[in-house]
Design a protein around this ligand. Structure first.
Ligand SMILES: [Zn+2]
Length: 122
């Protein structure tokens, strides 16, 4: 099923975690039901990584409700890096980057190729 929306509370939680983790990055996986992202899955060892916060591939759960990833940038840059694109291609169909200052306006969603996609906040 195509992911079309994210719950406002889930997005707000991600923005809060990004603020708490700043100036480091956080990364989490996202779980969706009926096309709506409802949950973040934090993987031990991935929060607060010093450089690029990456999910070790072997730790990716085999779980079809996992639809993609979300991570923070400690800058205003909302463009996926080449490492991000590599992670996107392995972890699902939709990905979110939240950038400093971590407000409801400072995030963007992408498909697995790094192309911007629309995601409704509901
Ligand atoms: Zn990134």
């Amino acid at each position: 099923m195509k992911v079309h929306s994210i719950k406002r509370a889930t997005l707000k939680m991600a923005l809060e975690v990004a603020k708490d983790t700043y100036p480091k990055e956080f990364v989490a996986l996202m779980r969706a039901y009926d096309g709506v992202i409802v949950e973040l899955l934090f993987i031990p060892g991935t929060v607060g990584a010093d450089r690029s916060a990456m999910i070790p591939l072997y730790m990716k759960p085999v779980d079809f409700s996992i639809v993609g990833s979300i991570h923070s940038h400690p800058s205003h840059n909302l463009t996926p890096s080449s490492a991000d694109l590599s992670m996107f291609s392995r972890t699902g169909q939709v990905h979110i980057i939240v950038a400093y200052p971590y407000t409801m306006e400072s995030w963007r969603a992408f498909d697995r190729h790094g192309n911007p996609v629309e995601l409704d906040v509901i």
